[in-house]
Ligand binder design. Structure first.
Ligand code: ZN
Length: 251
């Protein structure tokens, strides 16, 4: 077992636990350190710091070696009592009444993903891990909504995020990718690039419920995100023209 940061070997201290053999543990710690420090990304540091500083040992994170490719990475809540990892999501308030929070386990196999800085939009090994860490951040705070977005009345571009929590995981990882000067990801189906600017996403009426819910439920996170000036950041959009998709609001 390895702790990240390595100095915090006290089980009661906030730290990320990594289990699965020395090579695996060293590699995951390297990726975490890149995300939190070496990348220079404020979004990466914000999420890793938020997990480490949560300060409740019951809500700790373990990153575990599945020992084979998953074609995915999987985050599960741990120790949730009566769905304390989740809010009571409603159609008009997606993050209503957050739970008390829970711990989490992430199943993640770095070597099946492209090296840091490479691959398709969102598919580098650090981006894959950061995506899962956003789920963890939300689980710790009882905000991880598994509300299903496959509903006929929702626009196709909303349905393709699958669940509410994945909208936030993808958009926050996109801010990180932008800070690292990499392509950004469109939705949760595959790793296609998003060819819209931040203003267009921020102003899209179909995405308004997501941004409004996060502002209500996690104002501190939104304030920190809003302070990051980078090419793609829907919480701090640069003054650019809104493209046609949100003007015409196609399905
Ligand atoms: Zn996800």
């Amino acid at each position: 077992m390895h702790f990240y940061p390595a100095a915090s070997a006290d089980l009661n201290n906030p730290a990320i636990k990594i289990t699965g053999g020395p090579n695996y543990e060293t590699e995951v710690a390297r990726i975490l350190h890149f995300m939190q420090v070496d990348s220079g990304s404020r979004a990466g540091a914000l999420i890793v710091d938020g997990i480490l500083n949560n300060g409740d040992a019951r809500e700790g994170l373990t990153i575990h070696n599945p020992h084979h490719a998953l074609n995915n990475a999987i985050t599960n809540p741990r120790g949730a009592v009566r769905n304390s990892d989740q809010p009571n999501s409603t159609a008009t308030d997606l993050l209503r009444n957050p739970g008390r929070g829970a711990g989490a386990t992430v199943e993640y196999f770095p070597s099946e993903w492209h090296q840091i800085g490479g691959g398709r939009a969102g598919a580098a090994r650090d981006e894959i891990l950061l995506h899962e860490l956003v789920h963890v951040w939300m689980i710790q705070r009882g905000l991880s909504s598994v509300r299903n977005l496959h509903r006929a009345r929702l626009a196709r571009r909303v349905r393709q995020f699958d669940i509410v929590d994945d909208f936030f995981a993808i958009m926050i990882t996109n801010v990180y990718a932008s800070e690292c000067h990499r392509p950004i990801r469109r939705e949760h189906h595959g790793f296609t690039p998003l060819n819209r600017n931040a203003m267009s996403i921020a102003m899209d009426p179909r995405f308004q419920p997501f941004f409004a819910a996060l502002t209500r439920a996690a104002p501190g996170l939104v304030a920190s995100l809003s302070a990051i000036d980078t090419e793609f950041n829907p919480w701090h959009p640069r003054m650019e023209l809104v493209d046609a998709i949100s003007v015409f609001d196609d399905p």
